[in-house]
Design a protein around this ligand. Sequence first.
Ligand code: ADP
Length: 594
Amino acid sequence: MLRGSKRRTWRKLKMGIGAVMVLSTLVIMWLTGLASLRITLAELETRAEANLAVQTAVLERLLDKFRLLSPLLARGPDIGQLLTGSGTPSDPGIAAIAAGMSGAEEIWLMDPSGKVIISSQDAIPMGSIGGSETIPLAFEQAKQGQLGRQLIPGTPGVPSNYVFASPLRRDGQLMGVLAVRVSLDDVEQAWALSKDPMLALDGIGRVVVTNVPAWRGQHLSSFTPGTNIANLPLTGRMELLLPTSDVSDNFMQLTADLPVLGWEVRTLVDIEDARQRSGWAMLVALLVCVIAAGGVWVLIARREAFARQERRNRAAALRLERTVQSRTAELRKANVLLEQEVKEREQAEANLRLTQAELVQAAKLATLGRMSAALSHEYNQPLAAIRSDSEIAGMLIERGRAEEARTNLTRIGGMVDRMAEIAKTLKGFTRKSGTDIKPVSLRQVIDEAMLLLQPQIKQSEVTLSLSLPENDIIVKGGRIRLEQVVINLLSNALDAVGTEADPKVSLSLQREGKVAVLSVSDNGPGIEAEDMPQIFDPFFTTKDVGAGLGLGLSIAYKIVHDFSGSLKAANRDEGGAEFVMRLPVADEHVLAAE
Ligand code: ADP
């Protein structure tokens, strides 16, 4: 919602900027056009003024130059002789020479009646306009003793002429009048170099000199604004000179006065160029404005694109932040769950450990129970026997049958021996490991064990086979204890085959690399699968009460492990059990050192 209103405001702002730019462009164009027009017009005016001044000076100088020629000539002696008749009237030499030298068009002399006496144009009569009738005003002025002046207006085909006339006086008498005619064609030729139309108007508004031949001799008053001269070429449009169109749309009119003659010189300056230049300036201004506006527009567009990109980036960052937040929340949740799980596991582990401890405790108690039962049985039986035997012995002694009592006492001694034996076995179980360890010959151990078991072997009629290596095998341990292990294994085997028809027990010793392997096998019933896990437990026995304490294998197991060896029990495929003892062979160099 907020974004939409912002966008609308931005659009309005853009439209406003656009309108301001268009307006500014128009104003700049107008100002540029105006300034250019003003500057160009000022330049044109300056140039035209200079030109007007120069061209006016040309006209003035020309007339000035000839203004004094007629009085000068009139005072000359030759002219006087001509009038008094001492000269040669038909000789136009003097006048021609004077005319030629001064550059005048014609010089002529008239008598007081106005008759031409001599003229520089006599040789070319057609060019002569001499005679008082052609210059009545100047002739009259000269007769009255002044410098006569008269304009002979031209026509579109004939340039204007200006005549100066001076009286010729001798002794206060008017002898004649000398006239000098100047063609204004020279001025027109000079003016023709100017590209702007120029003209000189006399006092009555007649075009006297001009660089537009068509205008020559025309009266300004003959043109009115209504005159249909629109189709005339520009140079022919004299109505531009009318007071009502002093400065027409396309021309600028400048005027200079010639006070001496009462004339004025005007020039028309075409300002179309200035207009065109102003138009070009406006166009250039427009172009500059368009380029500037384009630049501004590009900047605005870029800024807009940048802002859009910025908005997009912000939105993406926001989205990312949200995603991160949600992921973080999920992770935190998962973390909490994990912590909970870890706690549960820890709890379960603690419970397990507790249960284990309880089990161990229970097992210990069970072992203790079994041990107590076995021990109490083992001890109670002989103790009861000792009691009864001692009582009997006492009674026999009382009756004087001491000899008979001896038998009982001997039996008592036997039973005490047996109890001592049990105590010894128990002591062996608790003996500390690691003491009294030295190199032991396994062959020697086996020989000793066989010797000790000889009576039992003979009694049971068992076939005992021995398989011994040629070389003795030395291990590190205690000889007596290792003997105990071998005796335990062999007596168990002898016990196991007790009921067999063909009892067989075999003992083998061999070396496997650095290990001495001693195995005792029999063809007895083997070990029950359910008994296998607890066979090495202390006080575990399957034998009848009094026949076994259940300590033999556990003691053997402990002894072998004390000597870094292992003891394993298994059932043979062909029947019977097999016990394998493995002990590391003592290194020879160790033995040598010892
Ligand atoms: P005990 O001989 O006093 O019973 P042991 O620890 O020596 O104690 O033996 C534990 C039990 O292992 C025996 O009761 C017997 O069940 C079983 N056992 C040991 N040796 C053999 C064997 N060679 N064959 C079958 N079972 C055996």
